[in-house]
Design a binder for this molecule. Sequence first.
Ligand SMILES: O=C(O)CCC(=O)C(=O)O
Ligand SMILES: [Fe+2]
Length: 584
Amino acid sequence: MRASYQWPTDTAQHQSNRNGNGNTNSNNNHGKHLSLAPKATVGSGSQTEQDATERAMKWRILLFTLIAHWGWVQVQCQVEGEQSHSTSVAGMVKLLKVEAQLIDALKDYAGELEKKLQAVRSGIVSMRQESKKAQDSMEEYLSNPLNSFSLIRRMHRDWTLWQMFLEDPVGPAQLDRIQELREQMPSSTDLEEAVTALDRIQSTYGLEVADISRGILDGRQYNVSLNALDTYAMGQTLFDQAKYVAAAGWLYQALSWLESNRLPVPVEVSKGEVQAVYAETLLKLDRHADALKVVNIALGGDKRHDIKLLLKKSEIETLIRTGPNSIGIAPTLKSTAQPLGEYERGCRGLFPSASKDGRLHCVYNSTNSAFLRLAPLKMELVGLDPYMVLYHDVISAPEISQLQDMATPGLKRATVYKASGRRSEVVKTRTSKVAWFPDTFNELTERLNRRIADMTNFDLLGSEMLQAMNYGLGGHYDKHYDFFNASTATNLTQMNGDRIATVLFYLTDVEQGGATVFPNIRKAVFPQRGSAIIWYNLKDDGDPNPLTLHAACPVLVGSKWVCNKWIRERAQLFKRPCLKRGSD
Ligand SMILES: O=C(O)CCC(=O)C(=O)O
Ligand SMILES: [Fe+2]
């Protein structure tokens, strides 16, 4: 989303001011003054009364915040121990380190194997020499007592030792090391999550399996490809998940890879095995005739005539004779085209880019606080319902890297609050990792919170902690609202009120995908390092605004980092008091 307005170049100056040094004259090129929060007039009552009420309210909010934070600490503990490797790119870095250690162990193992091989080879050479001497004239050889003695000794002693030597396992230390590293290796759940993520990427962006496996992602060629094992694992797992159309595409691809590539021995997979799963998948799709073709091809290649395949063949023949006939179904391997939803259109960048609404424009926001008068922020008004603005260059590169460094060691799988269970749970619809930071965590969190207050004109007392998030393989956050369902919200959420607004900083550019889309208002915001989108989740009367439905599209290529803040309603009592149910 980009307006045609060109920003005067004061970015660096602005950033240095945000960091608390330097004096800057206010910029003349302010444009229209516009505050994010609608201007509020405080109701009747004396100033002292108001001060007292405000103070009491602040204490209550502070207490509730402490309780809420304790709740979050508990949530953090619940998800502790879950590795969920694929859900954060930063978190997956350690897998590469483990893989490097595994390769080192295998190399050391090969060294041990080579030493043993060398010992066996030189043993053979010296034994052959002696044995050759004896072969020419055996009796003459044995008539010498030294030879006879030596033969008896050799055969009694040496061969026992040789046998022991051969039976001695090679590289036990390296095998132990590999076993030790197993704990840090991905589990079958990790593999399933990774398969689901790739499948999500494929369906959201409408990609062809053949393209993906050749490293072509949404039209861009990368220097990487998937081999027969990768594509087979996709097919197998999608079959297990009953996603037969998708499975068929991957299994077909696995078979075509197997035609051209051989795999190393311990991990190789036979064509027959893949053909059997492929035939089973086609059967699930009622493509009986195609399944029979595949089984016949498999039988042609299997000289032993596998009994299972023969049984499968007769089962399919019976199905063709008696069941719904599949003849006439085109053997297409493409996924059946689904009508494109607004969400997918947004993710693919198909929403109209510029709004025709003349009220939407860019300004320098210099009015929300005294600080902004010195260092105005570049603000783009993106929408009026819900009210939505995009700030540009609002967080600096050093701030971003500090935040990432702070977050990386503590990243935990993100959760979603479930009203039914009254707790936050790990769900498939939100795949990212997150680290929470209390407002007073350090100078940076304090500074960012001050900036958010400047940007929004909201009071952050009682709001949620800053959360830094990193998305992983196909990482996404399915369509959702940030506000709570008021009827099911817990006391904890009601204490500080609902989430009046969301502030989302984009800490990285994302090479492909990863947009934040609002399907109901047909807006998509593509991450731009340093910018921040802010929107109101509640209408002016405090009711949730259903137009705020939004989602984070799957990351196609890149490591998407964001930092968000959910601002609670209660502390805005004096900032935005004219809410229907805000002040009870
Ligand atoms: O990462 C995004 O683009 C959206 C994140 C989001 O909706 C949230 O954290 O509530
Ligand atoms: Fe959200």
